[in-house]
Design a protein around this ligand. Structure first.
Ligand SMILES: *Cc1c(COP(=O)(O)O)cnc(C)c1O
Length: 421
């Protein structure tokens, strides 16, 4: 047993060592209490976009705190939220005109599902089924686990889950099977929404599919009267090469969820964007048609100020160029694994690079995950493979020499842990 009172996320305390204490974060680097430096190659669980403690975001937080803390957001409003909503609407795919604030990715998805079901119910239409992809991850609340991939992570809670229409993962060669399954589900006439992570299934193992497939899935869903919900909690803010992944498919979802990089990753905030139609379905003199959702920290002013500063960074700094450079730098380095028998499924979507290590005992719970983590940490690198899936999702300030260190370490890991096919 450890001395710490903390119960950590996704941590088997009986097997894992006490973690290092971080005392400082800057750019792509974390510093531990004993002065060691760790390169954060996973953007602290995919949230840090520009780098840790971007000066403009930190300054905006300090400034907002001079005047505001949490303000109840029903019946009162404040400038940071009003401005942020306006600016998000201007940036988001067209047609998304209403912004509902919450505080985590899971909550943003819960809000999206509630909006979709509420819109149909308020219009007197009997549609309440959600279609979701095999391998999906949408959060860790009961509602979002229900739509996510079922497995060892959530087996204990399964009795509480609702039924979901499963669509096969539309990866290489399986596109038509996915479209056919969605078509069949759509024909039954009770689909409220197709919920998906556009282009990359993150926690499901960095599984990637193409923008044409995304566009066709959206088209099939709509042809059958279902809404399209894009969970851009991970893919947003440049991760896939564009501001939002949906833009690559040329689609505007009916509902879009964003969180993680919304504040540049500095503080928690989430937003669920919706169309006028969905908002109008809740617009009524009949109070029972109200959108009944809130969380205590809805639209926290300090978090909204951080998000506004993030948007300013996107406007004022060459972020798009940095993203493009990172895409290219990842592509150039990934190429070395093509044809290497210790790795397979070499893949990249935008700034995200992933390979599967060929190991005797694959799968998320295999021992290799924690052993790889320890291997990288010993080398001052924060890399957290999803089982045998090794991926890099660094902040955009990462340098080419830093990437070289990461790729050399992955190669070394291949030698140590890989078993060639
Ligand atoms: C991380 C993530 C979530 C959940 O976000 P939290 O802030 O951890 O609740 C939801 N959807 C996707 C696609 C994610 O990557």
């Amino acid at each position: 047993m450890t001395a710490s009172a903390v119960w950590r996320p996704f941590t088997q305390h009986a097997l894992e060592p006490d973690p290092p204490t971080i005392v400082r974060a800057e750019g792509a680097w974390l510093t531990t209490a004993d002065g060691a430096r760790i390169l954060d190659a996973i953007s602290s669980w995919w949230v840090t976009t520009h780098g840790h403690r971007h000066p403009k975001i930190m300054a905006a937080i300090a400034e907002a705190a001079q005047n505001l803390d949490q303000i109840i957001f029903a019946g009162l409003t404040h400038a940071p939220a009003e401005r942020l909503a306006t600016e998000l609407v201007a940036l988001a795919p067209s047609g998304l005109t209403r912004v509902f604030f919450s505080d985590s990715g899971s909550t943003a998805v819960e809000v999206a599902i509630k909006m979709a079901l509420g819109a149909f119910r308020n219009r007197g239409v009997a549609r309440a089924r959600i279609a979701a992809l095999d391998g999906a991850y949408h959060g860790d609340t009961i509602g979002t686990m229900s739509v996510g991939e079922r497995g060892v992570f959530n087996a204990a809670y399964e009795p509480l889950f609702y039924e979901v229409e499963r669509i096969p993962f539309p990866g290489d060669g399986a596109e038509q099977a996915a479209l056919d399954a969605l078509e069949a589900a759509g024909r039954r006439g009770d689909l409220a929404a197709l919920l998906l992570e556009p282009l990359v299934l993150g926690a499901g193992g960095m599984r990637m599919y193409g923008p044409e497939t995304l566009a066709r899935l959206a088209e099939v869903a709509r042809a059958h009267g279902a809404l399209v919900i894009a969970d851009e909690v991970m893919t947003g803010w440049g991760r896939t090469g564009t501001l939002f992944a949906c833009q690559q498919a040329g689609i505007s979802p009916d509902i879009l969820c964003t969180s993680k990089g919304l504040t540049g990753g500095a503080v928690p905030l989430a937003a669920t964007l919706a169309t006028d139609e969905i908002f109008e379905a809740h617009w009524s003199t009949d109070r029972s048609k109200t959108f009944f959702h809130s969380s205590s920290f809805t639209a926290n002013p300090i978090a909204c100020a951080a998000a506004l500063a993030n948007l300013a960074v996107w406007r004022e700094e060459p972020v798009a160029e940095r993203v493009t450079a990172l895409c290219e730098a990842q592509a150039a380095r990934l190429a070395r694994f093509e044809g290497d028998r210790r790795f397979r499924n070499v893949r990249r979507c935008g700034t995200i690079a992933a390979v599967d290590l060929v190991v005797a005992d694959p799968g998320y719970l295999a021992d290799v995950g924690p052993r790889l983590r320890a291997f990288f940490l010993e080398r001052g690198l924060l890399v957290r493979p999803l089982g045998d899936v090794v991926y890099l999702m660094p902040p955009y300030c990462v340098t080419e020499p830093e990437l070289d260190r990461l790729y050399e370490a992955i190669e070394e890991a291949g030698e140590m842990f890989g078993s060639s096919r």
